[in-house]
Design a protein around this ligand. Sequence first.
Ligand SMILES: NC(=O)C1=CN([C@@H]2O[C@H](COP(=O)(O)OP(=O)(O)OC[C@H]3O[C@@H](n4cnc5c(N)ncnc54)[C@H](O)[C@@H]3O)[C@@H](O)[C@H]2O)C=CC1
Ligand SMILES: O=C(CO)COP(=O)(O)O
Length: 412
Amino acid sequence: MPFPYIISTSYRLALRLAPRHSPLISRSFIHTMVVSKKQPDENSKVLIFGAGNFGSCLASHLGDIQHEVFMWAREEPIIKHFNMHHRNPVYLKDHHFPQNITAVGPEMPSKEFINKMDVLLFAIPTQFLRDNLRTLRPQLDTNHLPLLIFVNKGIEIGTHALTLEIIADTCGAEIAKAATFISGPSFAKEIVERQPTSVSVASLTESEADKAAALFHQPHFRCYTGSDPIGIELSGALKNVYAIASGMSDGLGFENNTRAMIITRGLAEMTCIGAAYGASPLTFLGLAGVGDLFLTCSSSNSRNYTVGYRLGKGESLDVIMKTLGSVAEGVSTSKGVKNMIDELGVNAPIASAVYDVLYSGKDTQAAVRELMQLPPSRELELPPTAGGPARQLLRKLGLETQAEDLSVQASL
Ligand SMILES: NC(=O)C1=CN([C@@H]2O[C@H](COP(=O)(O)OP(=O)(O)OC[C@H]3O[C@@H](n4cnc5c(N)ncnc54)[C@H](O)[C@@H]3O)[C@@H](O)[C@H]2O)C=CC1
Ligand SMILES: O=C(CO)COP(=O)(O)O
């Protein structure tokens, strides 16, 4: 393992210990740290923003384990139907939801209501998060902050910001530092069937990740915590782009060798992009990285895979997006990733090819031909300089010490 990442890992370990056991690291960070209110031992009050596949599925999971769940939807008919029949008429239609879930909306819930919540969980596609957080911010009381959990997997178009940055821009650095991210191989449909599932749970304030893990953890839904939310977020966003590539390959009629190649080379690209960004390369070997990459690159239950498969079969992106009926974050994220790899100077030919097919009108066959004609190269070469975007983001959050640590790594 390259030396800088060993430093990174031990630094993370020191950080992990610092808030609980010693004043070792960044006293100012510790003193100004905002944490969520003490969580009850059971029956947490949880408000979920988003009543799509994933919001509904997580509502069901938390309702099943006896939390009091409120699910905010923008669509009046969904709210009425849900409260009357305990079924979502649009998403996971066959599923009967526990009685202790109430649909609310379509207006943003009041400050009083939000103050009563122990947890706010955001299951809104990335492109809509900024507006919703802007509307929500005046309702949040930082002295009684609910536990904040985000499960979206994408990069914002235009800014190519990660969710951590969107939270910082709209709600401030202190709230962003307390935010927790859940990601990993977890199809909504299988979670409601209680298929054994595991996820990564990460936050810059690791005690918040511990609280989120305690809320969700069940024998059929295991949570593994960590302190690299940037790596977790990049993993979830990037794997969607490679799921499109894998679906495209299957749609074109290529078989198992080719899919295995895309998954493995996709993982190499994700790791290089993540390392150049300033995330730990090890994060990409976890559930949110290779776990979710493997899942979505090899199943037609993945919407991103399906977009790719239909492109491979010759359908136009326009028709696919109009008929998919659900979000495929990889389509918008591909734009942000293209900007990112160009700016970071990372060689990511599969991600570039997906972008070219989606947005430059490149024929899928031609994209494959060009990829296969690339000259031989080293199998995995992590970037020599690393961490620019993560450094900027950490500085924006007031985490100067951590940002400096990344500078040291980059110069070694
Ligand atoms: N479905 C799955 O298995 C998983 C999904 N995710 C992630 O969760 C996020 C949500 O995905 P799904 O629920 O599956 O998508 P979905 O397409 O099933 O539902 C999208 C939801 O977003 C809402 N929405 C649309 N525009 C909005 C706006 N302007 N403001 C607020 N809400 C708006 C819709 O009303 C709907 O409730 C995505 O980032 C996805 O990548 C993560 C893990 C698994
Ligand atoms: O992220 C997911 C499962 O972990 C869902 O993938 P899709 O968005 O491609 O359906």
